[in-house]
Each structure stands twice: as structure tokens, then as C-alpha cells.
Design a protein around this ligand. Structure first.
Ligand code: SF4
Length: 229
């Protein structure tokens, strides 16, 4: 499911994402570097039109280096399957790339320190739809404190960095795991995703910004963790 406005070739996109990953892999810009096992950069289709942004890695994700591989990930995969998609069609990332101890909430200074990785991912992947999962991703990308329960399922156009996207807030699958009514709400919101994707990308604000590759070493082999299809 390639994005409609592609400004980078697939190989350029992957090279630049790998460069950002190389920066994140050794990042010590906040205290979570002291307690993480693995930096969980993100995984999926680098050409995806649909990108999910969750909160932060949990214990399983921290161990395996891949986002949404625990129970919440299984629910996400099930909901994707119900609209005819798989993980291979989408890209999944988090606001924080390292696990907060005990799965506590992200701290503002951690979000501040880490957000440039997420913004780089969105800029390089060029998704049509960015689905934010839960409060932290929604508030960060909307730049607004409105809670997810008020705005889930309501798509809006937002400028994120140089790119205008269709931002689509959703409940976090982890919050819905043990509450049937929340799963039903999530399922209803997921059901609108195909129509949202079919709209294509919003009109962009102008010529694409010059995208300079991050200054990391492009030569390093990161295929093992950066699971790009
Ligand atoms: S959470 Fe983000 S800013 Fe903090 S150490 Fe990990 S990658 Fe760096």
C-alpha cells in the first residue's frame, strides 16, 4: 500500500530511515537509556500510506525490539485483519523509543527529547493517514491537550513537520484489552480507516521541503531490527 505522494525513491527512503535508526539505536538523550534493553524504533512498511503511533514500548517490546508485539499488538493485528490489512501494509512506531520503567507514563521531558525521531519517521515515510493510539500520541501530534475519549474516530488534517496528513485519533488497544465496549468502539473507528485512506493525501502546503539525510553513518547494517519490508 504505497503512499500517493512519494518524494523519495523506496531505496532513498530506507537509507534515510536506517540513518535515523542508527541515531536512535545509541541515543542517550533522556534517562530511559539507563533502563531500556532495546531501542524500539518502529517496524513495518516504509512506503505505508497508514502509520500508527502508540505510546511507548512495554516489556515484551523492550525485550524484542519491535513495537506492539504483546497482547495489545495482537488486538491491533486482529483489527487490521478485519479491514483487510496486515502489519506488512502499515508502519508502527511509538512516541518514545525506549520503555519507561514499569510501563509508567512518559514524562514531558522524555517526549520532548524523543519526538524528533517520530517526526523524522513521518517525514520520510510520507503516510496519508497517521492514526494515533491513545492520549500521548494524540496530544503530541495534535499539539493540544484534548483527551482521546473526546476526539477518537474524528479525522482532521494536520501539518506535521513539512507534511500535511490525515490525523486519526484512536483509543489505545492496551486500554481496550479488557473492556469489551472499548473494543467495539475501536472496531467502529477502524472500520472508517479504508474510506479515509481512499481519500488520498491532503493537499500539501507547498513544494516538498528539502530533505537532508541525517548525519548518521549510512553504512551500518541495521536490517535485524529495522524490519522494513
Ligand atoms: S526514549 Fe528517545 S530520547 Fe530517550 S534515550 Fe530513548 S531514543 Fe533517546
Amino acid at each position: 500500500m504505497p503512499g500517493d505522494l512519494v518524494h523519495l525513491s523506496p531505496s532513498e527512503r530506507r537509507e534515510r530511515l536506517k540513518a535515523v535508526y542508527e541515531q536512535a539505536r545509541v541515543c542517550r538523550d533522556c534517562g530511559l537509556a539507563e533502563t531500556r534493553t532495546t531501542v524500539v524504533f518502529g517496524s513495518g512498511n516504509a512506503d505505508a500510506a497508514l502509520m500508527f503511533v502508540g505510546e511507548a514500548p512495554g516489556r515484551t517490546e523492550d525485550e524484542r525490539g519491535v513495537p506492539f508485539v504483546g497482547q495489545a499488538g495482537q488486538l491491533l493485528e486482529q483489527l487490521l485483519e478485519e479491514i483487510g490489512l496486515t502489519r506488512a501494509d502499515v508502519f508502527i512506531a511509538n512516541t518514545l523509543k525506549c520503555r519507561p520503567p514499569g510501563n509508567r507514563d512518559p514524562h514531558p521531558h522524555e517526549l520532548q527529547a524523543c519526538q524528533h525521531y517520530l517526526f523524522a519517521q513521518i517525514e520520510l515515510i510520507e503516510p496519508t493517514v497517521v492514526a494515533t493510539l491513545g492520549n500521548f500520541a494524540t496530544k503530541l501530534l495534535r499539539g493540544d491537550p484534548t483527551g482521546i475519549t473526546r476526539i477518537h474516530g474524528q479525522a482532521e488534517e494536520r501539518l506535521i513537520g513539512p507534511r500535511r496528513v490525515r490525523l486519526y485519533p484512536l483509543l489505545h488497544p492496551a486500554a481496550a484489552l479488557y473492556t469489551r465496549s472499548m473494543v467495539d468502539v475501536l472496531r467502529e473507528d477502524f472500520a472508517r480507516l479504508p474510506a479515509l485512506l481512499a481519500l488520498g493525501p491532503p493537499v500539501q502546503p507547498g513544494p516538498p521541503a528539502q530533505r537532508d539525510p541525517p548525519a548518521a553513518d549510512l553504512a551500518a547494517d541495521v536490517e535485524g531490527q529495522l524490519d522494513l519490508f
